[in-house]
Design a protein around this ligand. Sequence first.
Ligand SMILES: [Zn+2]
Length: 320
Amino acid sequence: MDSRSAQGRVHRLAFDVDWPPGHVACYVVDGPEPILVDAATPDCEAAFRDRLADLDLEPGDVEHVLVTHPHVDHIGQVPTVLAEGDPTVHAPAGVRERFARDPDDLAARVRRNCVAAGFPDDQRETAVEMAVDSLERDAALLEPDRVDAWLAAGERATVGGLAVEPVHVPGHQADHLSYRTEIDGETALLAGDMGIEPFRPVVLHDGLDDGHREAFDAFDDALDRLAALDVDRVYPGHGPVHDDLAGVVERDRRSLADRLDGVRDLVADGRATVPGVAMALAGDRDVKYLIPETMSALAHLERTDAVTAGTVDGVRRYEV
Ligand SMILES: [Zn+2]
């Protein structure tokens, strides 16, 4: 018996990244047909090979790739695996439509939302560029033509002999699926960026595209679905493997509610626009990642009548 089977079928492969919590994890579910769950960052190929070698595997030995969501730190090594083998690639069905979108239309929507938010011209164009660049970069890493199976919530699938049940968990990313399955005699959740233990994932959903208006509700729906799962063990993309899905879900609920309360308080204090609120929330952190969450929070508060909004000189201004 080799050391692999001695420690169970799931192996956590962690790679350094320069944002909290300092690493991203993907997983190998070992067996006759090794399954790679998510695929790290584009710039960690050497480390990725080393981690696989620790398991006596090479990229070409991966028989199946299972993707939770198309963020760069979860699909970065898909090309490495595809270049050396012929794995079956499974990804969320929503990603197919997202990647098929016209980049010019995306740019137009993001620009319109940024104009309404009142960003200065240079920041607005940076945001538009970032949206188009990420779409193109992510679609190049997870090429739609190379995806064999587009998975949909509620439609059970078999991945390398593993029966998986995809659960739609938007909010962090609109198409995100977590996968419930049975491994090593336990109910497991291959969770991606939901159900992570160190902190609530940021509300990015579809960034500054039109879906930002529903992002908080979508996140809530995701937490309801996770709360309904009976899961022994969670394998997340950041932070440790853990067994407290219910606790993490409750923490995330409180965190979302606190965020909405905090944004409302800032509006009450006279922060009247998306950039004004986002800057106040960010403090000395990089405001970039808080802008979609702020825009989403204000849209949610407006829709639920917790704040009122009006347009002055083309810019949406909020008050309590
Ligand atoms: Zn992510």
